[in-house]
Design a protein around this ligand. Structure first.
Ligand code: ADP
Ligand code: MG
Length: 235
């Protein structure tokens, strides 16, 4: 088991944003966390990456407790987050942004190899290397945010709503690339409001509703669930 979340409860001052959430993720697989705005998707991702700590429950990564570790330690273990709204350095070039992704790892020697890997997935980034990140289109910025994460050679990539604000055709292209990245060995956890699209991409899915997992299973079954269809797929 690559990641195991056991009965995790997370609070902000006033509210319990996650209520006894449990989840399992096998090495090599790709799953989705689905849910409406405010359901707790970002909180779950931030709790895995160490930006929030649970008040109850545990998170294990390759059977090691990580829920008390700092974000830096968790990053060093190979868990890399692609944050909501990309969080690029808009005044820096595409290349500088990519290097930022690997910076904390401090191993300069293999960076060339990582860069080539990123260009293979996102050839458009290679054409834009010296352009300021802030001048890229929304889709290209999302590609850069994912490319930056890949520079760290993640064992687990956490994506927070990568499809947000993108045109359907761009979402299609992006998800196709995410599938390739996963197929070549990167375990992926994808938080999405876009349930219809996400369920076509992932193996399994968990549905969060106001901080609780209400439905989980293989993607095919979740897609058939009546509640999901009504809530997200407009059925
Ligand atoms: N920094 C914060 N302080 C207080 N409440 C927050 C904070 N961030 C999120 N919340 C609340 O936690 C709940 C879950 O939010 P979030 O995890 O961002 O959901 P989602 O990503 O699914 O939209 C919401 O009720 C939200 O208002
Ligand atoms: Mg969110």
């Amino acid at each position: 088991m690559l990641l195991e979340i056991k009965n995790v409860t997370v609070r902000y001052e006033r509210i319990e944003a996650l209520k006894s959430v449990s989840l399992r993720l096998n090495e090599g697989s790709m799953i989705a966390i689905l849910g409406a705005n405010g359901a707790g998707k970002s909180t779950l991702i931030k709790t895995i990456s160490g930006l929030k700590h649970p008040i109850r429950g545990e998170i294990c990564f390759f059977n090691q407790r990580i829920d008390r570790l700092s974000p830096q330690k968790i990053f060093a273990l190979g868990i890399v987050q692609v944050p909501e709204n990309r969080k690029l350095f808009p005044r820096m070039s595409v290349l500088e942004n990519l290097f930022m992704g690997a910076r904390a790892l401090k191993k300069k020697s293999v960076l060339k190899e990582e860069l080539e890997g990123v260009y293979e997935y996102f050839p458009i980034l290679k054409q834009r290397l010296n352009q300021q990140a802030g001048t890229l289109s929304g889709g290209e910025q999302q590609m850069l945010a994912i490319g930056r994460a890949l520079m760290a050679n993640p064992k687990l990539m956490l994506l927070d709503e990568p499809s947000l604000g993108l045109a359907p055709i761009m979402v299609e292209e992006l998800f196709h690339i995410l599938n390739k990245i996963n197929t070549s060995g990167t375990t992926t956890l994808l938080a999405e409001q876009n349930a219809l699209k996400a369920l076509q991409l992932v193996e399994g899915a968990y549905v969060l509703e106001t901080g609780m997992i209400t439905i989980s299973g293989i993607a095919e079954d979740v897609a058939k669930d009546k509640m999901i269809i009504e809530a997200y797929l407009g059925g």
